[in-house]
Design a protein around this ligand. Structure first.
Ligand SMILES: [Fe+2]
Length: 249
């Protein structure tokens, strides 16, 4: 099994940062050969998007590419997920999030899972294969927003969020006003994010190369998950080493 990550230690400062901010950037964590293979895989997924299929190749990306599938239960992936979520956990989805030149980005939103059950975690692990700059297919976040466990955050612009959902809200742990932050990521960076964190993506500039990104999501079982994009065939026989991670509960 090829190495996935460069050497790192999951120390308490990482967990603390993730739990306080709702997201964590680990710069340049992906091994270079992994970045190369992921770029090839995501390029192939991108080429499939124009074809009609019951399960869309971006939502069910791992089902269309053996290399993407092989990372679901990669020992280093499982070690990271276990450190953050604790046991037991399940695989939820693997989605390609490529941003082609001129892509219009994504409006502010959050995702659902266990709104009333704070012991149930839902973690997204983004692989930013070639990174991104602020304002160019870049991630925007609101540190602390995940602590509200609000699955319905939505705004069409920064201004709409600032004049809407953010009004009067303070960080539940630090007491500071909630603010929008635009972040950047070097190539090979890995970003962890709790599902309820408010996030958006800025448009990709027309003269930039494609932003190659894939996300793997895992959760503590206990409730249904709307984002669980796993076909029955893949659940039953997709990759034997991940079978124990596939069922809903
Ligand atoms: Fe999202």
């Amino acid at each position: 099994m090829n190495k996935l990550f460069k050497p790192y230690d999951w120390d308490p400062a990482y967990q603390n940062s993730l739990d306080i901010d709702g997201y964590l950037i680990i710069p340049g964590l992906l091994m270079d050969p992994v970045r190369e293979q992921l770029t090839d895989s995501l390029d192939k997924i991108q080429a499939m998007l124009s074809t009609e299929s019951e399960h869309s190749p971006n939502h069910y990306a791992a089902e269309y590419d053996p290399y993407l599938a092989s990372l679901i239960a990669h020992p280093e992936m499982l070690e990271l997920v276990s450190a953050v979520l604790g046991e037991p956990f399940r695989f939820d989805h693997c989605v390609s999030l490529n941003r082609l030149p001129g892509n219009c980005g994504v409006q502010w939103h959050s995702h659902e899972y266990g709104e009333g059950e704070s012991n149930l975690g839902f973690l997204r692990i983004f692989f930013y294969i070639n990174g991104f700059e602020v304002g160019d297919g870049g991630l925007k976040v609101v540190p602390g927003s995940h602590l509200f466990r609000d699955a319905k955050i939505a705004a069409a612009s920064d201004g709409e969020l600032e004049n809407g959902w953010l009004v009067g809200k303070r960080h539940p742990k630090t007491g500071a006003p909630l603010l929008i932050e635009e972040v950047s990521a070097t190539e090979g960076s890995v970003v962890l994010m709790w599902t309820h964190a408010a996030h958006a993506v800025s448009p990709r500039k027309r003269l930039s190369e494609t932003r190659w990104t894939v996300v793997y999501a895992y959760r503590n079982p206990g409730l249904p998950s709307n984002a669980r994009w796993i076909s029955k065939e893949f659940e039953l026989s997709g990759i034997p080493e991940a079978r124990h991670l596939m069922h809903l509960y």
